[in-house]
Design a binder for this molecule. Structure first.
Ligand code: HGY
Ligand code: MN
Ligand code: MN
Length: 415
């Protein structure tokens, strides 16, 4: 095994994300799409497993098809610090959203192995499989399995091609991915900010204070399919026009709210749509978020109230299915202080910010104290092939993660 040069760990972590952004690690030849349990997912897992082993970890997969590397502490079987993020992507993704937290975790372990350091705890690196929910109509399935907060009903899902999750994995075994509370001492996730704040502050890194609450719905409209040329405007029950009015209503409610309130319609579908047919059916997603769950819920209620009014006026059938409800997740105060101290030690100004984006950390918070380290990304752009991270910022993040691990180790030393 070639000893990795720990001095270049940050740059290697960035380069490895780029290596994973093309086939066979992408399901698409045009840009990066890597969905849970796809061929690209399995190919990427094989590659990441090799990097984990090279860094000195034992590697396994759990029943939710998460990939887990483990670097033992001084005592075999010790409780672990988990460093993780997700290996799945949105469709048309950037290279770093998810994988960077995994490749930086691998580099942090490689640095420990290179120096022969053994800690009072083990270090595990998790490559979670389904944070984005980009294949099945559910998200965070695999971290919820680990945290033990997964309702098995959520596993009864099919993708757009009709493939059931149960066709790909043994759903009866899925909950065995759960980790006991005592097995994990803390969770650390390094992730690009996916927003403009750090760049505006002129900072490479930030300590996350908490993750916004999010609700997600699937909305269905049913009207009357009709001939575009012969149906008078006043006689139409147009499921696309109704959807369009609802999209603008959601935008209006969120725009009128506080700055951290956001509402997004990201997927619109018109089954058997045609240029000369008035749409009889339409489907769309609604995602509502805010730092405070009360603000989020009030906005969601108002948006759905407007949907009912619009559907009534247009004589459209309206169905609303809640896909998930992720409560706001504060990060752990003591771990934030450790991250700030490690940031200062690495020569950077500690800075705290909230995350509008969801992360597996918000799920792991049910199991253990959590901390997130944000890295600046160019223009705050993400969920977009233009996503970009500077290798120097990744070097800084790795230095902070290594200092964080050292400080946590010192705190855990027996008195
Ligand atoms: O939706 C999110 O915030 C994350 O990218 N899954
Ligand atoms: Mn994402
Ligand atoms: Mn992400």
């Amino acid at each position: 095994m070639v000893a990795l040069d720990p001095r270049r760990g940050g740059a290697r972590a960035v380069a490895r994300c780029e290596a994973l952004a093309v086939p066979p690690y992408s399901d698409s030849a045009e840009g990066l799409t890597r969905t849970y349990l796809s061929p690209a997912y399995h190919a990427a897992q094989e590659q990441v497993a090799a990097w984990m082993a090279e860094a000195g970890m034992s590697v396994r997969r759990d029943a939710a098809a998460n990939l887990i590397g483990r670097y033992e502490g001084r005592e075999a079987g010790a409780a672990a610090l988990v460093i993780g993020s997700h290996i799945d992507s949105v469709r048309g993704a950037g290279a770093y959203d998810g994988p960077l937290g995994i490749t930086l975790g691998i580099e942090a372990v490689a640095a420990l192995a290179a120096s022969g350091t053994r800690l009072p705890f083990a270090v595990e690196v998790y490559a979670f499989g389904d944070e984005e929910g980009s294949r099945f109509p559910a998200a965070m399935l695999t971290s919820r399995a680990v945290a033990g907060t997964l309702d098995p009903v959520a596993l009864d899902v099919r993708d757009r091609e009709g493939v059931a999750l149960g066709d790909l994995l043994d759903l009866a075994a899925y909950p065995s991915a759960r980790r006991a509370a005592g097995e994990i001492i803390a969770y650390l996730e390094a992730h690009i900010e996916q927003g403009p704040v750090l760049e505006a502050e002129g900072l490479a890194l930030g300590t996350v204070t908490g993750i916004a609450a999010q609700l997600r719905f699937e909305i269905g409209l049913s009207g009357t399919a009709g001939h575009a040329g012969t149906t008078a405007m006043g006689l139409r029950r147009d499921a696309i026009a109704g959807m369009a009015e609802m999209v603008l209503a959601a935008e209006a409610v969120a725009t009128a709210g506080p700055p951290d309130l956001v509402a997004t319609v990201g997927v619109v579908e018109v089954p058997s749509g045609a240029a000369n047919v008035i749409a009889g059916r339409s489907r769309f997603t609604l995602d509502v978020r805010a730092g405070d769950a009360t603000v989020r819920d009030k906005a969601a209620d108002e948006i759905l109230r407007r949907f009912r009014t619009i559907a009534g006026r247009r004589d459209l059938g309206l169905s609303v299915r809640q896909v998930h409800d992720l409560p706001a997740s504060p990060c752990d105060e003591a771990l934030m202080d450790l991250l700030d101290a490690a940031t200062a030690e690495a020569g950077h100004r500690p800075f705290r910010l909230v995350s509008g984006a969801g992360h597996d950390a918000m799920i792991m918070a049910a199991l253990c104290p959590t901390a997130m380290l944000f890295l600046r990304c160019k223009g705050g752009v993400s969920h977009n092939p233009a996503e970009h991270v500077e290798p120097a910022d990744a070097e800084a993040a790795l230095a902070v993660m290594s200092a964080f691990i050292r400080h946590l180790g010192a705190k855990c030393e027996p008195a």
